[in-house]
Write a protein that binds this ligand. Sequence first.
Ligand SMILES: [Zn+2]
Length: 286
Amino acid sequence: MTAHHFTIDLEEYFQVSAFESRVARTEWGRFESRLVGQVALLLDLLARHEARATVFVLGWVAARQPDLIRAIAQAGHEIASHGWDHARVTHQTPLQFRTSIRRTKDVLEEISGAPVLGFRAPSFSIVPGREWALDVLIEEGYRYDSSLFPVRRPGYGYPGGSPDPHWLERPAGRIAEVPPTTLAWCGLRLPAAGGAYFRLLPYGVVQAAFRQCDRRRVPGTFYIHPWELDPDQPRLRVSWLTRVRHYGGLRGTAQRLERLLTEFRFSAIRDTVGTLSRRALAEAPW
Ligand SMILES: [Zn+2]
């Protein structure tokens, strides 16, 4: 049975890109953290299903709650980088991006005591034209990226990207790309990797996508945020569309995760990158 990737983007409910215009970064410190309870639920779920996860952590959170990050690492999960303050790559200069991912890697390595190998851009914001970010990742010692979502969506997506894990050859060197899972359906490629798609679409969509990965014998990549397990989080005043996307289906997330973790086997990305990194490019995809 193929081991898929279970990934968590570790950020507070008020730090998501959809709330960027409502909550300034300078105000973040005034909000109460809800991560301890949310993370405890996730760790319990993963432990009961003997699953390991890759957790992409915001540097801002790690600097304030090092014990939480240490507890996740000690439970056997991989700590990876989600950048410092959730700035999208499309809103950063190469120098700002470099500073953010270097600072985050340093803090996470000091807390967890293990090398940080992977990165996921906030809101999958490595889009066509921003590939320079991959070169910066290679130069800063990252071994894999999980930001190229091979779909066409407003504000994000990398429509030409391969749907399965693959190697990318860049001027700065080589990096593994581990894209979020999509569903091939009637000649279309639909996002089915997690998040709002997992909460709002029928469960069968995500299930079908991971079954397709099983048949191809490639690891699929699922993602979820801690706040998606927290129906009681404080509500912010936002547009109805953002309300549906952020608050829809929160009460059903835990139950759906139980089902997903029962039906499929999950591990951390470093496990597959570690076993496959010495293979020749000709053998890609893994
Ligand atoms: Zn995020």
